[in-house]
Design a protein around this ligand. Structure first.
Ligand code: FEO
Length: 394
C-alpha cells in the first residue's frame, strides 16, 4: 500500500481490490478500493479500516507513516465488513484499549460483529473531538448505508470523511477526481443506483442538513474509489439529481426469452420507442447483470419488462431482477409488461402485479402473445411503444 497525502498531514490508505467481481450481488468489473485515512495531529487518528483480506496491507501502509502503536484514536464511520473487517488486527497492533469512536448504533453493531471489549467511545450526532490543531465533527447518516453510518468532518481542512457516500467501485490507478475525469461518473452512478437508491429521500434530507449547517467542503473522502478534491460539488449535485429521480424520456426494456419470441417482442417495442423519440435501451437478462440494468433504470422514465411464461410463472432471471429492483425502490417510473406464452400465459400479469407493488404507474394491462409473434403481434408491440412514449415526458 502506498500512502498518499491528500491534505497536509492527512493520508489516504487505499487497499486496491483489483479482482473482486461481485459485491453482495452487485457486479464490480472494475474492482474496488477500501479507503482508510490517517490524520497526523497531536492525537494521531485512524479513520476506518479495510476488508479483512487487506488488513496486513493496511498495517504496512500505516507503518510507512508511523509505528501503528502510536495511533491515539480509531474512528469507525461504518461497521460493514468491507470497512471494519480489518479492525481486530488494527486494534491488536494499535492497542486494545485505544479509544474507538463510533456512533451509538456503531457500538451495537461492532459489538455484535466482533464480541470484543474494546474501549468504545460512542458519539452523538453533532459531537466533536479535538485531536490537536483539528477538531473532528461527527454527523450521523443513518442508513447511508447502514443504521450505524456516520460522517466525520474536519473543519480546519474543509474535508469530509464520507464513509460509503459518494463512493464508486473502481480500482483504477487514479486516486483523485482530477486524475480520472468524467470517466468516474458511470461508476458513481452505478454505485448510487445499486447501493443508495432506496435511501434517496434520506440523501436529499442530508444534503439539506449539511447546507443548513453551512459546512464548507473542499474535499470529499469516500471509503471506496477516488477522492473528490477538484470538484466535490459535482458529485453532490449528481446525488441530488439521482435522488430526485426525475423521469427522463428514456425506457429500459428488460427481458429474457426461451425461444426468441419474447425477444422479438422486446425488439419490436424498442424499435417503436426509438421511432417515437424515446431513448430505448434493450437489456437481455441473459447478457446484462441485474446491477447494470439498475444503473440504466436510474434516470429512465419507464421500465418495460418481458418474460416468457415458464411452468405457470416467471422466467427465473426476471424474478431475480424484479426482486432486486423492488428492494431498491425506484420512484416516478412508468411500467409495462409483456411476454410470449404457450398455453397458460401468467407472466405478463405477474410482472404487472410486481410493478404495481413498486408503485410504478402501469400504462398497459400487460401484452401477451401466444407462441411466436406474427405481424399483428408485432403491431401490438408497436402500439405498446406508442402508449409508453405518449406517457413519458417530452
Ligand atoms: Fe462499503 Fe456499506 O460498506
Amino acid at each position: 500500500m502506498r500512502p498518499i497525502e491528500i491534505a497536509k498531514d492527512i493520508y489516504l490508505l487505499s487497499a486496491v481490490d483489483w479482482n473482486i467481481r461481485d459485491m453482495h450481488g452487485y457486479s464490480t468489473p472494475s474492482g474496488t478500493t477500501y479507503n482508510a485515512y490517517l490524520v497526523m495531529d497531536e492525537k494521531v487518528t485512524l479513520i476506518d479500516t479495510v476488508k479483512k483480506e487487506f488488513e496486513d496491507d493496511l498495517i504496512e501502509g500505516i507503518s510507512q507513516i508511523i509505528e501503528p502503536r502510536k495511533i491515539d484514536y480509531v474512528i469507525s464511520n461504518h461497521t460493514e465488513m468491507d470497512h471494519s473487517g480489518g479492525l481486530p488486527r488494527v486494534m491488536h497492533r494499535v492497542g486494545e484499549d485505544t479509544p474507538l469512536y463510533c456512533s451509538k448504533l456503531g457500538l451495537k453493531n461492532l459489538s455484535r460483529h466482533f464480541r470484543q471489549r474494546w474501549n468504545y467511545q460512542p458519539v452523538e450526532d453533532g459531537g466533536a473531538l479535538s485531536i490537536g490543531k483539528r477538531t473532528l465533527a461527527f454527523l450521523e447518516t443513518r442508513m447511508l448505508h447502514w443504521p450505524d453510518s456516520m460522517f466525520t468532518y474536519v473543519k480546519e481542512d474543509r474535508l469530509l470523511f464520507a464513509s460509503d457516500a459518494f463512493g464508486q467501485h473502481y480500482a483504477g490507478p487514479e486516486r483523485f477526481d482530477d486524475e480520472v475525469g468524467e470517466a468516474i461518473m458511470p461508476h458513481a452512478a452505478k454505485y448510487f443506483a445499486n447501493i443508495l437508491l432506496l435511501y434517496a429521500p434520506l440523501i436529499l434530507k442530508l444534503v439539506e442538513k449539511v447546507q443548513k449547517l453551512g459546512l464548507p467542503i473542499d474535499t470529499i473522502c469516500p471509503d471506496h474509489g477516488i477522492v473528490w478534491r477538484k470538484d466535490p460539488g459535482k458529485i453532490i449535485n449528481a446525488y441530488v439529481r439521482w435522488a430526485t429521480q426525475q423521469p427522463g424520456r428514456k425506457a429500459v426494456v428488460v427481458y429474457d426469452s426461451m425461444w426468441h419470441s419474447t425477444q422479438k417482442m422486446a425488439e419490436a417495442i424498442v424499435a417503436g420507442l426509438l421511432e417515437e423519440g424515446v431513448r430505448a435501451i434493450p437489456m437481455s437478462l441473459r447478457c446484462s447483470h441485474r446491477s447494470d440494468v439498475m444503473t440504466e433504470v436510474l434516470d429512465a422514465g419507464a421500465v418495460v419488462i418481458g418474460s416468457p411464461t415458464l411452468n405457470n410463472g416467471l422466467f427465473p432471471t426476471v424474478s431475480d431482477f424484479l426482486t432486486y429492483m423492488k428492494g431498491l425502490r425506484p420512484k416516478n417510473k412508468l411500467g409495462a409488461a409483456f411476454g410470449s406464452y404457450g398455453w397458460s400465459g401468467e407472466a405478463a400479469k405477474l410482472i404487472s402485479r410486481e410493478l404495481e407493488a413498486m408503485d410504478f404507474k402501469l400504462v398497459h394491462p400487460g401484452l401477451k402473445i401466444q407462441y411466436v409473434p406474427d405481424d399483428q403481434g408485432i403491431e401490438a408491440c408497436r402500439e405498446l411503444s406508442k402508449t409508453i412514449a405518449a406517457a413519458l415526458p417530452k
